[in-house]
Design a protein around this ligand. Structure first.
Ligand SMILES: [Zn+2]
Ligand SMILES: [Zn+2]
Length: 330
């Protein structure tokens, strides 16, 4: 069974469950742990069976629930090294750390994780999340940080280090990895983050491309989006709505830039002129609530797809922000 379930999409949070064979991966964790679990239940996904979390980039709408969720489930988190580092810095804004110090902290955390691996603690979660109903899923990390002041009383791992994770795995754009039954090809996308990536997931012969948060579609991304069965692509804003909308000029410039977000128009241009029409499903994602309307995004993509007779079989779906999209099954 191969399944693609968008739990949330947009600037208030992004998260998707990709299932292939016996493996389930959470792609980004941009909602609170409690809300992620609630949406998984709504969508018929079992949080307790997740095997790993993989992160596209460190913006808060992709990682806000990451640490709590990973600790609660006791599962590994896959990042690029630069994204992990940026995330750690984001959560430790007052900590001035050199790269060497950061590496040393990671080394010490890894040693602490190994030492604690057989003694999981149950108190390693955000108090806000404490009523989440996943049983028997204790966090296993109880790390110490080299640069933290000596604790006066016993603290939970999260208090000691909010970036503590059960296990960290690094990957690099351009180098495919395997998580259980799912093959993953990470590729670089143009976006204003430390080392942002998109993915092609492949399982049981089904290929699913994941490309949101990108300012434009460069040749390396176009190459990745070929011959896929599912295309999850950004359709962030309507250009006119953005230009006339409420954002300050600097933010408008950022969104419009080559490392911002893909407009309805840019998405449609790609679908019309370059997309190979192979996907059974085209899913539009990361729609702006301030600068877009679902119907504008839909019409724009529909026109682009319908302009080509061979593409009539493509099913067009929109990924919502506030509720999960029904699981897409292959
Ligand atoms: Zn985003
Ligand atoms: Zn982003």
């Amino acid at each position: 069974m191969v399944r693609f379930t968008v739990l949330a999409s947009g600037s208030k949070g992004n998260s998707t469950v990709v299932t292939g064979g016996k493996t389930r991966i959470l792609v980004d964790a941009g909602l609170s742990c409690r809300e992620l679990f609630r949406r998984m239940k709504l969508a018929g996904e079992d949080a307790a069976t997740l095997d790993a979390i993989i992160i596209t980039h460190e913006h808060s709408d992709h990682v806000s629930g990451l640490a709590v969720t990973a600790r609660k489930l006791g599962i590994p988190v896959y990042f690029t090294q630069a994204t992990h580092r940026a995330w750690v810095r984001w959560l430790s804004p007052r900590k001035q750390m050199t790269y060497a110090q950061w590496l040393e902290q990671c080394r010490q955390q890894a040693a602490a994780r190994m030492a604690e691996a057989d003694a999981p603690t149950a108190d390693d979660c955000d108090p806000e999340e404490s009523d989440t109903t996943v049983d028997d899923l204790a966090a296993s990390a109880d790390n110490t940080s080299s640069s933290a002041p000596a604790p006066k009383k016993k603290k939970t791992a999260a208090e000691k280090d909010p970036t503590a994770l059960p296990s960290i795995q690094y990957f690099e754009a351009g180098k495919p990895i395997q998580i259980g039954d799912i093959s993953i090809s990470p590729f670089t996308i143009p976006h204003d983050a430390a080392d942002p990536v998109g993915f092609v997931f492949q399982a049981e012969g089904v290929r699913m491309a994941f490309a949101t948060d990108l300012g434009y579609i460069p040749p390396n991304v176009k190459a990745q989006l070929k011959s896929v069965d599912l295309l999850y692509i950004e359709s962030n804003h309507d250009l006119e709505m953005l230009r006339d909308g409420p954002y300050p000029w600097s933010v408008k410039q950022r969104v419009l830039s080559r490392v911002g977000h893909l407009s309805n128009e840019a998405c449609a241009t790609y679908l019309e002129a370059e997309y190979d029409g192979q996907a059974t499903y085209v899913v539009l994602g990361h729609l702006s609530e301030s600068n877009n309307l679902p119907e504008l995004a839909r019409i724009s993509a529909e026109r682009a797809l319908n302009g080509r007779a061979s593409l009539l079989a493509n099913r067009l779906l929109l990924a919502p922000q506030h509720e999960p999209l029904s699981a897409i099954c292959f």
